[in-house]
Write a new protein. Structure first.
Length: 293
């Protein structure tokens, strides 16, 4: 009987002792957006030297924080500790409270409502929502930035944006709508097929009225993000060649000869849409901070 009691008791002890894993030197700050009328969270990771230093640090603002925040925080920390990279503050931008990740990012990160493709909502009782990237950009600039500037020793003159996929669409919306929002953009695998290639239209419209685009942009993408065999390339998700789209978009930017614009495109052989983010972020961070040395 004693053996049975112990066999039952120890699993209960282990279960009771379990606790959620927490990342060191991180904070979670709730934020209500008056612009968007929604609630979000800011996930903040501070550099290792923050507590014993009085200096200000560059800041990385990262979309899709559920996945990207711990990845960016850990890579940036390792590069600082083992490769001599400058330390940074990392700010993760969460999805909206009460929304699924898919619903939140489709609405907040996309520049328009698709004109052709039909989408099914993953939130019962709520129609799919799109096209609020410009408003979300105002939320970042007018509501997120003041919180970070007031609460942390952040060098707000050295801000970088990090986005992937739809997150890169948001980055391009900022680049073409409010380019001075960030000093550097790290944009991975942008979904340039979205809404029949609407960002190509936005870039052309910008070029018709502007001669300057002062920004540093790093583009990264997986070498396997190409057109599937037997498909004919088009501006649709199913027939998109994302590598070709990105090269075409960068070529358009370069052809304008914008004053102050610096772009770089890297294709990572063997990587696909799901695997490429850690690679492009590492290279994009180096492209930004190595220049500051």
């Amino acid at each position: 009987m004693k053996r049975l009691i112990l066999a039952l008791f120890f699993p209960l002890c282990l279960a009771a002792a379990a606790a959620p894993y927490q990342l060191d030197a991180t904070e979670v700050r709730p934020i209500h957006s008056a612009v968007l009328k929604r609630d979000y969270q800011l996930l903040v990771a501070l550099p290792e030297s923050y507590a014993r230093s009085k200096r200000r640090y560059p800041v990385l603002f990262v979309t899709d924080a559920n996945y990207a925040f711990p990845v960016v925080r850990n890579i940036a920390g390792r590069l600082a500790k083992h490769a001599g990279m400058e330390e940074v503050i990392v700010v993760g931008l969460s999805y909206a409270a009460g929304d699924t990740p898919g619903y939140s990012r489709r609405r907040d990160y996309t520049p328009s409502t698709p004109r052709a493709q039909a989408y099914t909502s993953d939130m019962p009782g709520r129609a799919p929502a799109f096209g609020e990237a410009a408003a979300y950009g105002r939320f970042i600039a007018t509501e997120v930035f003041p919180v970070i500037a007031a609460r942390y020793r952040a060098d707000m003159g050295r801000k970088a944006y990090v986005g992937h996929s739809y997150g890169s669409l948001l980055g391009l919306e900022l680049l073409l709508g409010r380019p001075a929002t960030f000093e550097h953009y790290i944009l991975g695998s942008p979904s340039l097929w979205f809404d029949r290639g609407v960002m190509f239209e936005r870039e052309a419209a910008y070029a018709r009225v502007q001669r300057d685009l002062s920004a540093s942009v790093y583009f990264g993408i997986g070498g396997r993000e190409t057109l599937a065999p037997g498909k004919r390339r088009s501006r649709s998700e199913e027939e998109a060649d994302m590598v070709a789209d990105l090269k075409e978009f960068d070529a358009a930017l370069q052809s304008r000869r914008y004053r102050g614009l610096r772009t770089r495109v890297e294709v990572f052989p063997g990587e696909d849409h799901a695997s490429v983010f850690p690679f492009l972020f590492t290279h994009g961070l180096r492209a930004w901070l190595d220049k500051a040395r």
